[in-house]
Design a protein around this ligand. Structure first.
Ligand SMILES: Nc1ccn([C@@H]2O[C@H](COP(=O)(O)OP(=O)(O)OP(=O)(O)O)[C@@H](O)[C@H]2O)c(=O)n1
Ligand SMILES: C[C@](O)(CO)[C@H](O)COP(=O)(O)O
Length: 231
C-alpha cells in the first residue's frame, strides 16, 4: 500500500481565469475531486496528502475519499516545493523506504491499470518509476525567430507523466538537494536523476492529460466521460 502526494497549489496562469484550474468543474465535480477519487479508488493506495496554496479559497476540506484519509499541507512557490511539503506532511507510519507516489492534481484522467502497472514495475525495478508516453511526433528545435533550427531524433524520447513513484527517503533527499542548489526541477524524476539514479519509464495511456491551457478542459471532459467509472 502507498500514499500519494498530490501537488494542487498552482495558480493555473497558463489556463487563465479567476478560479485555479484544479477547481474547475467536470461533470459537476472539480478537477481535483476527480483526481483524488481516481487515486483513492485504487486498492493499493492507502491515503492522500494534498498540497494547497496558502490563498486557496476553494478547498472543500475533504478529510477522506472513498474511506481513505486525505491530509492537507501548504504548498510552495514551485511545484517541487509543494511536493517536498507533501512528503514532509506524510504520516510517521510511512517509513523512509516505503514507496510514495506523486500525481498532479491537474491530471484527472488517470487509468487504474496504468496505476497498477506503475506500482508493479516500479517495485520490481527498485529505484523508482514514472508513467510516460513515447513521443510520436517529429520534434523541431526553434530559432529565436521561430524558424526551424533543426529536428530532434525522437527515438527513445518520452513525455513524462504522473504518477511518479519513489521511496520516501530517496525523493525527499533528492528534492532537498535540488532545491538547495537552485536547480530547475519540473518533475520528481529530474531530482532523482540529478543524484545519479535512473528511474524506470513505464508506458502509460496517452489520455492521462494534464490540464494546462483552456483547450485542455473540454478534452479532459471528453476523456473522463469515455473512461466513465472505468477501471
Ligand atoms: N507551486 C506549485 C505549482 C504547481 N503545483 C501543482 O503542480 C501540478 C502541475 O503544475 P502546472 O500544470 O504547471 O499547474 P500550475 O502551476 O497551476 O500552472 P501554470 O504553470 O500555468 O501556472 C498542478 O496540479 C499544480 O496545482 C503545485 O502544487 N505548486
Ligand atoms: C510533472 C509533469 O506533469 C510531468 O510532465 C510536468 O513536469 C509538470 O509541469 P508543469 O509545468 O508544472 O505543469
Amino acid at each position: 500500500m502507498s500514499w500519494v502526494v498530490v501537488p494542487a497549489a498552482g495558480r493555473g496562469s497558463r489556463f487563465g481565469g479567476a478560479v485555479p484550474k484544479q477547481y474547475l468543474s467536470l461533470f459537476g465535480r472539480s478537477v481535483l475531486h476527480h483526481t483524488l477519487d481516481r487515486l483513492a479508488r485504487h486498492p493499493e493506495i492507502s491515503g492522500l496528502v494534498v498540497a494547497l496554496s496558502a490563498q486557496d479559497a476553494h478547498w472543500p476540506g475533504w478529510r477522506e475519499m472513498r474511506g481513505k484519509p486525505v491530509l492537507r499541507c501548504e504548498g510552495g512557490r514551485e511545484r517541487a516545493d509543494s511536493v517536498l511539503a507533501g512528503l514532509r506532511a506524510l504520516p510517521d507510519a510511512v517509513r523512509e523506504r516505503d514507496w510514495v507516489l506523486v500525481h498532479d492534481a491537474a491530471r484527472p484522467c488517470l487509468r487504474q491499470d496504468d496505476l497498477s502497472r506503475l506500482l508493479e514495475h516500479g517495485r520490481v525495478h527498485g529505484v523508482g518509476a514514472i508513467l510516460a508516453a513515447p513521443v510520436r511526433d517529429t520534434l523541431k528545435r526553434a530559432t529565436a525567430d521561430g524558424e526551424i533550427a533543426g529536428s530532434e531524433p525522437r527515438e527513445r524520447l518520452w513525455r513524462a507523466l504522473t504518477p511518479q513513484m519513489f521511496r520516501r527517503a530517496t525523493l525527499t533527499r533528492a528534492l532537498e538537494s535540488a532545491l538547495a542548489a537552485g536547480a530547475a526541477i519540473t518533475d520528481e524524476a529530474m531530482a532523482v536523476e540529478r543524484i545519479g539514479l535512473k528511474p524506470l519509464l513505464v508506458e502509460g495511456a496517452e489520455d492521462n492529460l494534464k490540464i494546462t491551457t483552456e483547450a485542455d478542459l473540454p478534452m479532459a471532459e471528453f476523456l473522463l466521460g469515455r473512461l466513465g467509472s472505468e477501471a
